[in-house]
Design a protein around this ligand. Structure first.
Ligand SMILES: [Zn+2]
Length: 179
């Protein structure tokens, strides 16, 4: 029997999530998905940023305590599905203190994601050429990977969402993959 795992899911605990964790459990149950990892966005580099959990619980979607309490409730209710905990932390190297704080929680999978360029959402506000924007994207990704501390780098091909053509220098990709 094939066992399908979905290791990158955003629920309503993420700024861009539209479904509850329980919605995902119901779908997984019906479609035979064996495991889900809820990798919610934690983002300190955005206009819609999540402020520090210490500073203000009300201004963010992702409140760690609420997240784990809902996850644990669902783990009991849907015991046939493996429910894993995770985050997708934007540009961890730029926010080492915040990253250390979030990493101190018992997440099963810490994912990093690169979403920003020059302090705004990729491809940035500066009207960069396609090749310059993509170059910049992978420079930032390389720095994040060198910083480390996570298990997965999300969506290596993220710039594809914004450009028809996707130009990447193979040397850059080789460097990133080898690190
Ligand atoms: Zn992402």
């Amino acid at each position: 029997m094939n066992a399908f795992f979905d290791m990158h899911v955003h629920s309503k605990f993420s700024i861009d999530g539209v479904s509850t964790m329980e919605d995902y459990c119901l779908i997984a149950e019906k479609s035979g998905i064996r495991a889900i990892c809820f990798t919610e966005h934690v983002d300190f580099n955005s206009e819609e940023k999540n402020l520090s959990i210490v500073k203000d619980n009300r201004k963010q979607n992702f409140v760690v305590e609420d997240y784990f309490s809902e996850l644990n409730r669902l783990r009991e209710k849907y015991s046939s599905i493996i429910l894993l905990s995770g985050i997708e932390f934007s540009e961890p190297n730029m926010f080492p203190d915040e990253f250390a704080l979030y990493s101190s929680y018992p997440f099963d999978c810490i994912t990093a994601g690169i979403h920003h360029c020059y302090n705004s959402v990729f491809p940035g506000a500066g009207n960069l050429s396609v090749s310059k924007a993509i170059h910049e994207y992978y420079q930032i990704m390389q720095k994040a990977i060198e910083f480390g501390g996570f298990q997965v780098m999300a969506h290596l091909d993220f710039p594809k969402l914004f450009f028809d053509k996707w130009i990447i220098n193979n040397d850059v990709l080789d460097t990133i993959l080898s690190i």
